[in-house]
Design a protein around this ligand. Structure first.
Ligand SMILES: Nc1ncnc2c1ncn2[C@@H]1O[C@H](COP(=O)(O)OP(=O)(O)O)[C@@H](O)[C@H]1O
Ligand SMILES: [Mg+2]
Length: 242
């Protein structure tokens, strides 16, 4: 169940007045400052801003991997503050996929085993069959028994995409998904991401430094020193239109 925005559309992600600090003592950093935003179901959104502005932290907050100090985080109809650690893990398994710049595959598992992990965690008996189908869809049907070290960067990211999408999450979060890839490979990975998300109606939230990649998204959300540009939040225009 998604939260309904003032214009009647559905927000699959809604943050209200979120504050988040990390670190302790003198090293404590106030990272997210009064962040409010909404993302609609099926949208693709690019989070952009200078290095250190809080993009990754914001993404992890929306993905249920970072808890906020204040404010509300509603994702796929769930108030994340209400969940304990087990509840958050279950929430992530059922609702979100995440990919990273550095792929984060499990090195001693084959491509097939890596992709099967989310389904095995969910107790699915068809985990390996479904993982094999998903790998074929990302163009790696011929690399299933390979270990990550035997795959190119682009191939590793395809495995990571298959793993993130195999359980058909409503939302895919991607933190600089092409940041470790050459330009051509990065474009191929972006093509795969956009095509798959469009086909399945998956909401895509990605962080990128690449203007060309950001421009392919439906919308930009700019962040500076932990503050989201009010014009980008996806809220102001709707309230004003009421
Ligand atoms: N666990 C942490 N403890 C303390 N400071 C952190 C922690 N994680 C991130 N930071 C700081 O928060 C700021 C935002 O980090 P991050 O979200 O990674 O920014 P970005 O992804 O935009 O480069 C940076 O100044 C970073 O050093
Ligand atoms: Mg980052």
């Amino acid at each position: 169940m998604a939260d309904t925005l003032p214009n009647g559309s559905d927000a699959v992600i809604k943050l209200s007045a979120v504050e988040l600090a990390l670190g302790s003592g003198a090293a404590r950093v106030h990272i997210l400052k009064h962040v409010s935003l909404a993302v609609e179901a099926g949208e693709s959104v690019a989070l952009v801003g200078p290095s250190g502005s809080g993009k990754s932290t914001l993404l992890m907050t929306m993905a249920g991997l970072e808890r906020v100090d204040k404010g509300r985080v509603l994702v796929a109809g769930t108030d994340l503050a209400a969940l304990n650690e087990d509840g958050l893990a279950r929430f992530r398994g059922q609702n979100v996929g995440i990919i990273f710049q550095s792929f984060h595959l499990i090195p001693n598992m084959t491509a097939l085993e890596n992709v099967a992990v989310p389904l095995e965690l969910a107790g699915r008996r068809d985990a390996f069959d479904r993982a094999a189908e998903e790998l074929a869809l990302v163009g790696l049907g011929h690399r299933m028994e390979h270990y990550p070290s035997a795959l190119s960067g682009g191939e590793q990211q395809r495995v990571a995409i298959a793993r993130a999408l195999v359980a058909r999450p409503a939302i895919l979060f991607a933190d600089e998904p092409t940041g470790n890839l050459d330009e051509t490979t990065g474009r191929e990975i972006a093509d795969l991401l956009f095509a798959t998300c469009a086909e399945r109606g998956t909401t895509l939230v990605l962080v990128t430094h690449d203007n060309a990649l950001a421009a392919r998204c439906d919308r930009l959300i700019r962040i500076h020193s932990g503050v989201v540009d009010a014009n980008d939040a996806g809220l102001a225009a709707r309230s004003a239109a009421e």
